[in-house]
Write a protein that binds this ligand. Structure first.
Ligand code: ATP
Length: 449
């Protein structure tokens, strides 16, 4: 049976149409091939360019396609308005909105605008589900204002590569101290920003990390930067000066056991009192408002191995420990406006250190947790400020040297990696800056004991 021709549609017309489209199909195929080959080459040779031209747009597509399902599965929707009918249960669920999604060097940033009755914690908890749905390394979510959370999408782990180098700016020896001098850049953050220990923003810091996690490397990197500025550095290393000994030529004082630490901290507390009186005489509340000619040099007290200060083996050592820890706490309570900063490091922090350690921790607004051996240390370092960071800290493996969870800014925490700072670089930095070491009133120069 021959097919009945459709009126007005002839087969030879269709064949002509097909033939006329062939060049366009070949052109489209060639363009697709060029686009694909260019993508492969860019991904290989210039991954950053690839990300802006290709990767980010694939991510946007995945976000758009999965958003509704993700919100429903992770309970991120709000209940809709009930229908007018008395018997209807409620309207369709209302989706949160994804806003201002922009490409960044290693991912994207954006805002999630949520509905009345929802809280940021819901979105923080759903961060892993988002990373899974969008097939990226991680998604970080942090509170950003009323009704909104800030979202950072990390395409791959930026801390995997070789850590970068440090640039140190040597200041003139007679330059007046400035608040910027308190910032030490020590590595790179996961969001691509430089990782800074900023004593201007957070006056005191707690650093924890198991042995070989990269604590000394991190402290050395920070000290090498502070050393080049008009700042006084003071060391307390009750393990006989094993860790901070190499810094000695640039330290205004170094205590190497608990008794020395007790005396040094007492003198530092006296110095804080002197500064308080100075501020009062000038009618100011902070050394930074004093005239430059009378402004005292900022002091950074570095305590390496907190346990050595808190945990005592004998009754004879108890008095020294009590005095040292009480004065350390006092310094942290008074110090910020008086230009006296405390950076405390240890392998472990635990409740067995006594109540004093919790009071001290409350004063240490900046936190850094490298790889740790026990959950309690991660909880003590991060749990009170960033409960959701404790698990992230426990995921840092022993092979991830220098990787840490750290205070990012007023909004929360971030994963970061310190630069690899060899001992020779520290020695060179200390030698080049030893002549800048200021002497502190009541404390011998250059080494107290
Ligand atoms: N950011 C980094 N990148 C690569 N390697 C690093 C990094 N930080 C530290 N390391 C390496 O890890 C090892 C341990 O570092 P470090 O001595 O700083 O650890 P630590 O925590 O102070 O150890 P300990 O408590 O035993 O003194 C060293 O070999 C160091 O070179």
């Amino acid at each position: 049976m021959t097919p009945t021709p459709v009126p007005g549609l002839r087969l030879d017309h269709l064949a002509d149409l097909g033939r006329s489209l062939i060049p366009y199909a070949i052109l489209a195929g060639c363009l697709l091939a060029v686009w694909t080959i260019a993508g492969v080459l860019l991904a290989w040779k210039a991954p950053r360019v690839w990300w802006y031209l290709y990767g980010f747009w694939f991510l946007r597509l995945r976000m758009a396609r999965s958003w509704k399902r993700l919100c429903l599965n992770a309970n991120l929707t709000a209940a809709g308005q009930p229908h007018r009918s008395r018997y209807a249960a409620g309207g369709p669920p209302i989706m949160p909105l994804l806003l201002r999604v922009r490409p960044r060097r290693n991912g994207a940033t954006g805002l999630i605008s949520f509905n009345a009755g929802q809280v940021p914690e819901q979105f923080i908890e759903a961060a892993d589900a988002m990373a899974h749905a969008w097939r990226v390394h991680a998604v970080r979510v942090a509170g950003s204002g009323r009704g909104r959370v800030k979202m950072t999408v990390l395409h791959d782990d930026p801390l995997r590569g070789t850590p970068g180098k440090l640039r140190t700016l040597l200041k003139e020896p007679d330059a007046a101290p400035a608040v910027e001098d308190l910032v030490a850049t020590v590595g790179t953050r996961e969001d691509g920003e430089p990782w800074a220990i900023d004593l201007g923003m957070f006056p005191h810091w707690l650093i924890t990390g198991a042995t070989q996690s990269g604590k000394s490397t991190l402290i050395n990197a920070a000290v090498s930067q502070w050393a080049s500025r008009p700042l006084a550095l003071v060391g307390i290393d009750c393990k006989g000066g094993m860790e901070l000994g190499p810094h000695a030529p640039r330290l205004s004082a170094l205590a190497t056991d608990r008794h020395q630490a007790a005396i040094l901290l007492e003198r530092l507390r006296d110095e804080a009192t002197r500064r308080m009186q100075l501020c009062r005489r000038h009618g100011q509340r902070s050394i930074w408002s004093l005239p430059r000619s009378v402004r005292p040099v900022p002091v950074i007290v570095i305590v390496d191995e907190l346990a050595e200060l808190y945990l005592v083996a004998s009754r004879a050592e108890k008095d020294a420990a009590l005095s040292a820890t009480a004065n350390l706490l006092r310094l942290a309570q008074l110090g910020a406006t008086l230009g006296m900063h405390v950076v405390v490091a240890g392998q472990r922090v635990g409740s067995d250190f006594g109540n004093g350690v919790t009071a001290l921790r409350a004063q240490l607004g900046g936190r850094i947790c490298l790889a740790v051996n026990d959950k309690e240390t991660a909880v003590m370092t991060l749990g009170d400020l960033y409960p959701d960071a404790v698990e992230a800290a426990q995921h840092i493996g022993p092979h991830e040297k220098g990787v840490a969870i750290t205070t990012a800014d007023a909004f929360g925490w971030v994963r970061a990696r310190s630069i690899k700072f060899p001992n020779e670089a520290l020695d060179a930095a200390i030698e080049a800056t030893a002549h800048l070491t200021p002497s502190l009133p009541g404390i011998d120069h250059p080494v107290l004991f």
